[in-house]
Design a protein. Structure first.
Length: 274
């Protein structure tokens, strides 16, 4: 197991991005790890609010720990989009090596205050912290934000001066879910965030962003890219492709194969592999 800070240092040295794949059951993380092993790439296994609401905090962390024990690549267990200090503490106790506190939809001063508290608690036990500015629009895990989500550069400057986060998710026109048409990403704003001396930057809503835009974002400082919707769709399409067999094991095999293919494609894209 590794921390987010450790794998983002690898991304900085190699000018690449580390994939953050959302996991929701046992088969998805197993498929992702198979892809990561083949591609020899660190991976962030992300447990989001939907997975927590459905299954609590007991089972998926155990799955990630088991997988990491036999992995030849660094594995980060990451909490996604937590909105409460209390949940962060529960995840620290459950063995997460990285947590995200998302106070982006709160007033700026409240986001700063709560982010500082999360950083103090997490860093005290060697766990990395991702924060967010510019609430990401769209819908993920039933959580919806409809704002335009262009991060305020003055807020970035003020935030990084007082919050010692290990990564910062910024809103540049990206969105959760599937895009309707080509996304309109503000690369100038992204470049400006980087020039302000922000910590490694995170792009949420990575599902469906064209490859050329992904590669440009990486060249401008994106070091972690989240993929959730496409992972779930790949898994469900695999299940549907084998439903006619009326064999649950064949359905799981097909779902796993589709997830492996999707994960390998994203890893190669984020790692600038041909």
């Amino acid at each position: 197991m590794a921390t987010l800070k450790e794998v983002l240092e690898i991304a900085e040295r190699t000018n690449t991005a580390i994939p953050g794949f959302n996991i929701d059951n046992i088969e998805i993380p197993e498929a992702i790890m198979e892809a990561a092993e083949v591609e020899n790439c660190p991976v962030i296994l992300t447990i989001g609010q939907g997975a927590i609401n459905a299954g609590g905090l007991r089972h998926l962390p155990d799955v990630v720990r088991r997988i990491a024990e036999s992995s030849s690549v660094p594995v980060v267990m990451h909490l996604d989009h937590s909105e409460s200090y209390e949940q962060v503490i529960a995840c620290l106790r459950a063995g997460f090596t990285s947590v995200m506190y998302d106070g982006s939809h709160y007033p700026f001063e409240e986001n700063v205050r709560e982010s500082q508290a999360v950083v103090r608690a997490a860093h005290a036990v060697g766990v990395s912290v991702e924060c967010e500015l510019g609430a990401i629009s769209g819908v993920e895990d039933g959580i919806s934000h409809s704002n335009t989500n262009l991060v305020d550069l003055d807020e970035v400057k003020r935030f990084i001066a007082v919050v010692d986060s290990d990564a910062l998710a910024v809103g540049i026109g990206n969105a959760h879910g599937i895009y309707k048409g080509t996304p309109n990403l503000d690369f100038g704003r992204l470049e400006a965030c980087r020039k302000l001396g922000a910590p490694p930057l995170v792009l949420h809503g990575g599902s469906g962003i064209p490859e050329e835009m992904i590669k440009k974002a990486i060249s401008l400082g994106i070091r972690k890219i989240n993929v959730a919707t496409e992972v779930r769709l790949a898994f469900m399409e695999g299940l549907k492709s084998a439903v006619g067999s009326r064999d649950i094991y064949k359905m799981y095999q097909a779902a796993k194969a589709g997830t492996i293919e999707l994960a390998r494609t994203k890893i190669r894209m984020f790692q600038n592999k041909e």
